[in-house]
Write a protein that binds this ligand. Structure first.
Ligand code: 13P
Ligand code: SF4
Length: 310
């Protein structure tokens, strides 16, 4: 079966089953192009909650599927590949996180959505990279904060908000691998280019950025700015939307891997059009969450959505 036939089958399955495909900006371009929505983590959570579809297919990673299921337990939530994890979520197991937060009983627990449902259930409020500053600022000044699981985002938030935080020692394997010297070299070659960076990058990398933000914030900046070229310091999948939105601008990927001139998340790249077609056809693999965890996890998630909308 060729690509066009697979896409045709996906579109017909979507119609027959009232399914919606929500894709993250880090997916392959082919997947972004067949999605009903392409968005950042916050956009996916909001769209999943508001969708009237019976089936949500989350083309992203496992924690994004869990977020959709926590918010919409009545819907069937599918992911193309259950093995599509995340280094941040994987390195913050709920039992260790529970021990960690029990040492600081007076702290509010602010957790990045890149974590398991069980870790979400232990949190006061969740955040994404697009609303993290607002969420931290919503915590009363006299309350100390635990931030998890991304130390680079946590340290960035500490610098921006001036709040003291106890930070879990986790990192995104894609963003942590960016090196300042690679960006300095690219800036030398393209002195006119604007540097766009995701806050999951280490501080030495963020220090070189002209704009720091979530995937949607980086995309919007590139659309609104008059600059003609951009050095993009995040997962290379976002460049597909940047090029579609601004076909006359130049987007320069930053390599974090000796084997390619790019930075790809191996988990995001597990998804394929074939797996999406099969997931819709067989309604597997499904995201399932024990109800006692889901009811605890939905509170900090809803709180995040309320603060975000305020
Ligand atoms: P955002 O799309 O929310 O910026 O998150 C980036 C990310 O790491 C998703 O895996
Ligand atoms: Fe996780 Fe990083 Fe991959 Fe996003 S890019 S899913 S944070 S490992």
């Amino acid at each position: 079966m060729n690509k066009e036939q697979i896409i045709e089958e996906i579109n017909s399955l979507k119609k027959v089953k009232n399914a919606s495909i929500l894709a993250h900006f880090y997916q392959d371009g082919d997947i972004q192009d067949i999605a009903d929505l392409v968005a950042d983590s916050l956009g996916l959570a909001q769209a999943g909650k508001n969708s009237t579809a019976n089936i949500l297919l989350i083309a992203g990673v496992h924690f994004m599927g869990e977020t959709a299921k926590i918010l919409s337990p009545e819907k069937t939530v599918l992911v193309p590949d259950l093995k599509a994890g995340c280094s941040l979520a994987d390195n913050c197991p709920a039992d260790k996180f529970s021990d960690f937060i029990s040492k600081y009983p007076d702290h509010e627990v602010v957790t990045y959505v890149n974590c398991s449902a069980a870790v979400k259930a232990l949190s006061t409020v969740l955040c994404t990279s697009s609303n993290a500053v607002k969420i931290i600022n919503s915590i009363t000044k006299d309350k100390p904060i635990i931030f998890a699981p991304d130390k680079h985002l946590g340290n960035y938030l500490k610098r921006i908000t001036g709040r003291e935080m106890i930070i879990w020692d986790g990192a995104c394997m894609v963003h942590e691998a960016f090196e300042a010297r690679t960006i300095i070299d690219l800036k030398r070659k393209h002195p006119e280019a604007i540097v766009l960076a995701h806050p999951e990058c280490p501080e030495v990398v963020l220090d070189l950025a002209d704009h720091i933000g979530s995937t949607s914030s980086l995309l919007n900046y590139s659309i609104k700015s008059d600059a003609e070229s951009y050095i993009v310091v995040t997962e290379s999948g976002i460049i597909h939307q940047m090029e579609k939105s601004s076909p006359n601008k130049k987007f320069i990927p930053v390599s974090n891997d000796k084997n390619c001139n790019c930075a790809e998340c191996p988990y995001m790249r597990l998804n394929t059009l074939e797996k999406i077609r099969d997931a819709l056809r067989f309604e597997e693999p499904k995201i399932e969450i024990p109800e006692e965890i889901r009811v605890k996890a939905v509170k900090p998630l809803e709180r995040m959505l309320e603060i975000s909308a305020s």
